[in-house]
Design a protein around this ligand. Structure first.
Ligand code: SF4
Length: 419
């Protein structure tokens, strides 16, 4: 049974209990908004284990049971649960083609080659996956074996996202990562042998990092010429070890200097800064992430996975049970979803803008109505005010941040918070 939270609730207090089979009928009822159609649909699959938990990480990731080399995760039971979860979700997305799949975590590269093959077979058997769907898998250095990655590719993974974070052993150690520079480079070599679409995740403003060290990391990443780079400013997230015992981080001015260098060097190297933290070679933007930022739909399966699904008169957010053991048990009993609520119409403008404003090119103004079901004049005043402050381009056909708007993104986003 899934607790359904009424729109506008702050607390997850269950208001009604319905079986998954009744969900579709419930979500199809009249509501406060009217969507002209369904946004593109993606699939997210969460694998909740890592070899070890990093001290800065606030994702739903858990240290894998067993020894480091045994990768001792309950793979079969988890794959059973994912399949059951997907089967239960089908009535909510009947007939809708799936354009992208993202297998994230956690560390999905802890799955065996056979396990990944089974997961992709299940997805293909149950969902109408586009023939040229982008299928990304996250992987971490320290879990790379050439044979396994060749098999992942053969099973249908066509994009890899590797959590490099740094090439500096000292910084990797301070981040609690299980790999060093050698493993990072070996992982990239293996990835590039089998994949032509590879993203490298790198972080900057690391504990004790100088601008020169940041540049050295960046140059190392650029030297591989991968199609995509994700460059994240390290932040201290609540409920992490770093939040409890904060390390000394570079000050704001230093971090800005790093950001400026990143901006200049990536542009010189042929990457376009198309989203707050994302840089891509021409036509190699991450399609899956673009769908999130454009406020598209995504079904999220796996422990703690979040989903966003649109119906003619509502936008629904779902969250699966977070702990892997609970999730597996509940998914097999037909209750993978722990919480679901329809987003209040008054919250939709901010949720839409929070995502869209991250994009350098912004989004067509018409997509506001297409994806929120609300007329554009709902945010007319805020659009005009942001334009007046020089934070948004003066183009009525687009919602597009200016350079100033991108630099002061939080201020710009906040302008769309409901009063
Ligand atoms: S490897 Fe990634 S997901 Fe896993 S604990 Fe570290 S940061 Fe989190």
């Amino acid at each position: 049974m899934i607790p359904i939270i009424p729109a506008g609730s702050d607390k997850p207090a269950p208001a009604a209990q319905v079986s998954p089979a009744d969900n579709q009928q419930l979500w199809l009822k009249p509501g406060q908004i009217s969507l002209p159609g369904s946004p593109p649909l993606s699939l997210y699959v969460h694998v909740p284990w890592c070899v070890r938990k990093c001290p800065y990480c606030d994702f739903n990731s858990h240290a894998a049971p067993g020894k480091q080399d045994s990768h001792d995760i309950p793979e079969d039971a988890y794959l059973d649960a994912l399949r059951a979860d997907l089967e239960q979700s089908l009535p909510l997305v009947w007939g809708r083609p799936v354009h992208t799949v993202f297998i994230g975590g956690g560390t999905p590269s802890l799955l065996s080659a056979a396990g990944m093959d089974r997961l992709l077979s299940d997805i293909r058997a149950l969902l109408p996956l586009d023939a040229d769907a982008e299928i990304t898998m996250e992987a971490n250095p320290g879990t790379f074996e050439a044979e396994r990655f060749a098999s992942y590719r053969a099973s249908g993974i066509n994009r890899l996202s590797i959590g490099i974070q740094s090439f500096n052993d000292q910084h990797l150690q301070s981040l609690g990562r299980i790999h060093g520079e050698r493993e990072a480079r070996a992982a990239i070599d293996i990835a590039l042998t089998h994949f032509d679409n590879v993203n490298l995740d790198l972080m900057y403003a690391l504990p004790g990092q100088s601008v020169e060290q940041c540049l050295r990391d960046l140059e190392a990443a650029l030297s591989y010429g991968t199609t995509h780079l994700s460059l994240y400013h390290l932040t201290l997230e609540p409920n992490t070890l770093f939040a409890k015992f904060p390390p000394a981080l570079p000050d704001e001015d230093l971090a800005y200097e790093m950001q400026d260098i990143i901006e200049a060097r990536t542009a010189q190297a042929g990457y376009r800064h198309y989203e707050t933290s994302a840089y891509a070679k021409p036509h190699r933007e991450a399609k899956h992430n673009l769908n999130y930022w454009r406020f598209g739909d995504y079904l999220g399966i796996g422990a703690g996975a979040h989903g966003k699904l649109s119906f003619p008169h509502r936008v629904v957010r779902q969250m699966r049970h977070k702990h892997p053991a609970t999730y597996m048990q509940q998914a097999m009993a037909g209750n993978a979803v722990q919480e679901a609520h329809d987003v209040a119409a008054s919250d939709l403008p901010f949720e839409f803008m929070l995502n869209a404003l991250r994009l350098t090119d912004g989004v067509p103004a018409s997509s506001f109505h297409d994806y929120t079901g609300l007329p554009l004049h709902t945010i007319g005043k805020q659009l005009a005010a942001a334009e007046k402050k020089g934070l948004l381009e003066a183009d009525p056909t687009m919602i597009k941040p200016t350079e100033l708007g991108r630099r002061f993104l939080n201020d710009l986003q906040e302008m769309f918070l409901k009063d």
